[in-house]
Design a protein around this ligand. Structure first.
Ligand code: GLN
Ligand code: ZN
Length: 716
């Protein structure tokens, strides 16, 4: 038997309905009743799309904010009664909100729950199987929730010893069993992406016990995605009496043998890429399995919410007829099912066009930069004081700036008039920084909508959609650009704006570029082109720009790589290769620069220990990273690195004032762990989301704190 299973259809909805509902409710324009009614309707719409497209689908998928938070309240980790919207949203976005973290190397952020100190859970069956959507469900969907292993591995405080892991899993087993009683004998879709992670093998004995227990409560479909399971994990799970075992299918790799009555749920169509799936070879690979009588459910390789629901605009010829977004993935599943049943041959053939060749020969990478000491000497020319002050790049993105960009896009404003306005904004930013007394200035990025989309618009080879939105967290959305051909500079990327800023001041102005890892990480990549290949091609294009920037006399360059650690491969055996890739990419961007040009690297992270090997390999002159929400002592992990460091002096995500004393105290903590000669004073990240007054106050306090530090350390 062959069936199709869809999951993860964007809760954002085809027209960003989810965003409108959440923001309407939070902003007070929607009553709780109207809000819940709206969510029911949205769920009805989603379920209709599923019903029209596939045989099987989840129900209860429409989270109120994030599925991990839904799980946390369902397990009683936080005392929020079912239906208590205020209590729920306090955990999502209130004062003591849970931290956000990237989900499995994607750009979706989940709320990170805390496990109780003692393995004791108080399940609240009122939260499961529905956060909302009870009315919309006609009883055909598979109730779904995140599994216990994923919770344990992704918590703020994952248990460290095998004994603790066992204790938590056992307690969770009981709690889940209680929840599952609410599923009325329907098969439950238990999502366990953490089973693909390193370490799952060691935890198997406890896991098998839990799944056995849960399987006795309700028929269980254990779903994994993103990467194929390790063979030993797959084999062990295959021994369980499951209703279905879900894993990413790799043509050619052996599949585990499951007992009669267990369906193999195979991830066959793409979920993280926008290119249509080549279905014909899959028929060849799956045919024998089906003929041998194995029950197969065809599914995506990743939840579909990493893709826009659909893109309705006319596409350029390179893309037209080649893309498939979330809605179209359901169609691919149906097509493949048809193929396996001996139908739809012609349609499947017409569905797919092979990619154009990726024709990007790369020159050899530039030689390594001169040693750090030589660079340090040469950079004395910059005449920076001790504890130099700077910012990360963006200044507040005001309503006026956003409306300017909109008017440029609609044609209401021409390029020349737009550039006039941008120059005005840059002039104001420079004036402000000089008045504040900052040492290394920035132009303030008024022309950038988004740090990735902006570069995608100025590079050939990218397509940026008008409305291809994807949920990032909460109600926040973004539009990932699509890379479809080797990226080349169509026009200068940052040169014009930075040069203009530099013409206004004798102080050095940083040329700020989003790095190749981040550009590749936050875009859809071309079909058949690996992450590494795309990164290096992007690095080459950025390198050209950087060389031009230096040729025009600019003396400081900053590369932003907030996605650096997020792209650290999920599996340890791939780490060395990734480190080498990051090293080569960075050297293609900045390697050709003379010793006098100061290279900054900005990372939003504070996982200092994980960063260390990257900093050693990339060897920038200055690194700015997040510090304000982190204990200073963690900086020990960076002891002895040769680059200068700027751990954030204040939290840019908070609207609160950071008083001089507070900043000073923080800087002094840093000095207990770092040498004074290399300490920079800068915020955690860009100021783009702050109001102008908030940015101004905190920058003024920051500069004062740096001055006080200079006085105390006997220099000025
Ligand atoms: N230069 C960017 C800014 O200041 C960096 C943003 C980021 O690291 N996320 O906005
Ligand atoms: Zn940042």
């Amino acid at each position: 038997m062959i069936r199709t299973l869809g999951y993860g259809l964007p809760r954002l909805g085809p027209r960003r309905e989810y965003k409108g509902l959440l923001e309407g409710f939070w902003g007070g324009s929607l009553s709780p009743q109207a809000f819940l009614q709206g969510l029911e309707e949205l769920e009805g719409l989603r379920l209709t799309a599923y019903r029209q497209g596939v045989d099987l689908y989840p129900t209860g998928e429409l989270s109120l904010y994030d599925p991990m938070l839904d799980l946390a309240v369902a397990l009683g980790l936080y005392p929020v009664a079912p239906g208590d919207l205020e209590g729920y949203y306090a955990l999502a976005r209130g004062k003591g909100a849970l931290p956000l973290r990237k989900w499995f190397g994607t750009n979706y952020h989940y709320l990170v729950p805390r496990l109780p100190e003692r393995p004791h859970y108080r399940p609240q069956p009122g939260w499961f199987p529905y956060p909302v959507g009870r009315e919309a469900d006609s009883g055909e969907g598979l109730p779904t929730l995140m599994g216990p292993y994923t919770l344990v591995r992704l918590a703020q405080n994952p248990p460290t010893s095998p004994r603790e892991v066992k204790a938590h899993l056992q307690a969770l087993g009981e709690a889940y069993a209680e929840l599952l009683r609410g599923a009325w004998g329907r098969p439950v879709l238990l999502q366990e992406p953490a089973l693909i992670l390193d370490g799952a093998e060691e935890d198997l004995p406890h896991l098998l016990e839990v799944y056995r227990l849960l399987g006795a409560q309700a028929p269980l479909v254990l779903l994994t995605y993103y990467l194929p399971l390790r063979p030993r994990v797959a084999e062990a799970l295959a021994g369980l009496p499951l209703r279905g075992l879900g894993l990413v299918f790799e043509p050619g790799a052996p599949l585990p043998r499951v007992p009669a009555g267990t369906a193999l749920v195979l991830g066959v169509v793409e979920g993280l890429s926008v290119w249509r799936t080549d279905l014909l070879p899959l028929r060849g690979a799956l045919g024998p399995l089906v003929e041998a009588g194995q029950e197969v459910w065809l599914a995506p390789k990743a939840p579909l919410h990493h893709l826009p629901w659909g893109v309705a605009e006319p596409l350029p010829p390179e893309l037209a007829g080649r893309l498939a977004f979330a809605g179209e993935r359901l169609r691919e599943l149906a097509l493949l099912k048809g193929l396996l049943l001996g139908e739809a041959q012609g349609e499947a053939q017409a569905w797919y066009t092979p990619p154009s060749p990726w024709d990007r020969g790369l020159p050899p990478p530039p030689p390594p930069r001169p040693p750090r000491e030589v660079r340090r000497q040469a950079q004395r020319e910059l005449s920076l004081p001790p504890f130099p002050t700077t910012t990360i790049g963006s200044f507040p993105q005001t309503k006026e700036l956003r409306s300017l960009r909109k008017r440029l896009h609609t044609g209401d404003l021409d390029q020349a008039a737009y550039w006039e306005k941008i120059q005005e904004a840059i002039r104001e930013n420079i004036r402000l920084q000089e008045e504040l007394g900052l040492d290394v200035l920035v132009h303030g990025e008024p022309e950038r909508s988004d740090m990735v989309e902006f570069f995608a618009e100025r590079l050939e080879g990218f397509y940026t959609t008008a409305k291809g939105f994807v949920l990032s967290y909460g109600s926040r959305v973004w539009r990932p650009p699509i890379l479809f051909a080797p990226p080349r500079r169509r026009e200068p990327l940052v040169l014009r704006e930075t040069l203009f800023a530099q013409s206004l001041t004798p102080k050095p102005v940083k040329a700020i570029l989003t790095g190749p890892i981040t550009l590749a990480a936050w875009s859809y990549l071309p079909q058949g082109v690996g992450f590494g290949e795309a990164v290096l091609a992007l690095a080459e294009a950025l390198g050209e720009e950087v060389r031009e920037v230096a040729a025009h006399g600019l003396r400081v360059v900053q590369v932003d790589e907030p996605a650096l650690l997020e792209k650290l491969p999920l599996r340890a055996e791939d780490h060395a290769g990734y480190l080498a890739l990051v090293g080569e990419a960075f050297s293609r961007v900045v390697g050709g620069l003379g010793p006098g040009v100061q290279v900054h690297l900005h990372l939003c992270y504070s996982d200092y220990a994980a960063l260390r090997p990257f900093l050693e390999t990339m060897d920038p002159d200055v690194v700015s990273l997040e510090g304000a929400r982190q204990e200073g002592e963690f900086l020990e992990a960076l002891a002895g690195v040769t680059c200068e460091l700027g751990p954030g002096a204040f939290d840019v995500h908070s609207p609160l004032e950071a008083p001089v004393e507070e900043i000073l105290a923080r800087l002094q903590t840093y000095l207990r762990h770092l040498p004074a000669e290399g300490l920079w004073v800068n915020p955690d990240c860009g100021l783009k989301t702050r109001r102008p007054e908030e940015a101004l106050t905190n920058l003024r306090n920051m500069v004062r704190a740096a001055q006080r530090l200079r006085e105390r350390w006997g220099s000025s």
